[in-house]
Design a protein around this ligand. Structure first.
Ligand code: SF4
Ligand code: SF4
Ligand code: FES
Length: 301
């Protein structure tokens, strides 16, 4: 009878090694089936995480340097996250990062209290909703896999998928460009596409999420006309304010008084923007273009 050799990593954060288990090969089994047979037989203390065995919950993800058809089949824990034991890692980094992403901010409903959306707009974000949170993309992303120090400022491809899911929603009004740049580090991705290659849901992470998000951040932060406008606003802000204060009245032609100045003194934040941090003083993305209609027209989205 044909046999299969499973080379499984055993150990904890104190150290470990690969152990070989030789079992009868059973046609139609997936790797998780064989891991379960190891648990039921030679290694009942082997730790692995799983829930559905249907490719839907993402719990059982592991690092495999070989194809399941190879012999031996090498199975190791995810490398990007701290090891708990055997094949189980602590993936809470991903949930901590998810906390940074504000929820959907829907626009006001129509006068009759309903929302109306075009089917084509609903379908735009469908690809991103397929994510099963297996974190395989996080595991292969060298920005955090090989550089633990980057975890504080780089959210990783799974979280970029989440942001793009929100950005693609036809009712969304939020602007997450500052957050993407300053708190999620989208600029650190150098488009190697490793994340896209391993995604079991075949989400085109790089092409359909990361690159469009990068373009939006660049529009907000590095577009020369935007930069010039921000400089002019910064320069004019204090000068315009001085005579107004001296005359104890609004400047000529000032129109509606500003709602609230941003911390960098450049421009006025919308109420929704005023609660957002701006730690590098680079100005708010909302200073530039807050129109949901404009963003909905963005062909990159
Ligand atoms: S494309 Fe970007 S996010 Fe994806 S693996 Fe490469 S560096 Fe990481
Ligand atoms: S984007 Fe794909 S690889 Fe990343 S967590 Fe979701 S399903 Fe897994
Ligand atoms: S147990 Fe593997 S995806 Fe659910």
């Amino acid at each position: 009878m044909a046999e299969v050799t499973m080379r499984v990593w055993r150990g904890d954060d104190g150290g470990g090694a690969f152990s070989d288990y030789v079992l009868p090969a059973v046609e139609g089994e997936v790797v998780l089936d064989v891991i379960h047979r190891i648990q039921a037989g030679p290694a009942p203390d082997l730790a692995c995480r799983w829930n559905c065995k249907a490719g839907k919950c993402g719990s059982c993800s592991a690092d495999m340097d070989s194809l399941p058809a190879d012999d031996p089949v090498v199975v190791a824990p995810l490398r990007t996250f701290p090891l708990i034991r055997d094949l189980v890692t602590d993936v809470s980094f991903n949930y901590e990062m998810a906390r940074r992403v504000p929820p959907l901010a829907p626009r006001a409903p129509e006068p009759d209290g309903t929302y109306r959306m075009m089917q084509i707009d609903i379908e735009r974000g469908q690809e991103f909703r397929k994510c099963i949170e297996c974190f395989m993309c996080q595991n292969v992303c060298h920005v955090i896999r090989d550089h633990e120090e980057n975890k504080a400022r780089f959210a990783g491809p799974r979280l970029f998928i989440r942001v793009m899911e929100l950005e693609s929603h036809p009712l969304d009004t939020d602007d997450r460009r500052q957050m993407l740049r300053q708190q999620m580090g989208v600029g650190m991705c150098n488009i190697t596409k490793c994340c896209t290659e391993v995604c079991p849901e075949h989400i085109r992470i790089t092409d359909n999420a990361i690159i469009p998000l990068k373009e939006r951040v660049i529009d907000a932060s590095y577009d020369p006309f935007t930069w010039l406008g921000r400089r002019i606003r910064r320069r004019n802000g204090p000068r315009a304010a001085a005579p107004a204060a001296a005359n104890a009245g609004p400047a000529p032609g000032a129109g509606t008084p500003p709602a609230a100045p941003s911390p960098d003194g450049g421009g006025v934040r919308t109420p929704a923007a005023s609660g957002r941090d701006d730690p590098d003083g680079a100005g708010s993305a909302r200073d530039i273009d807050t129109s949901p209609a404009t963003r909905a027209d963005d062909p990159a989205g």
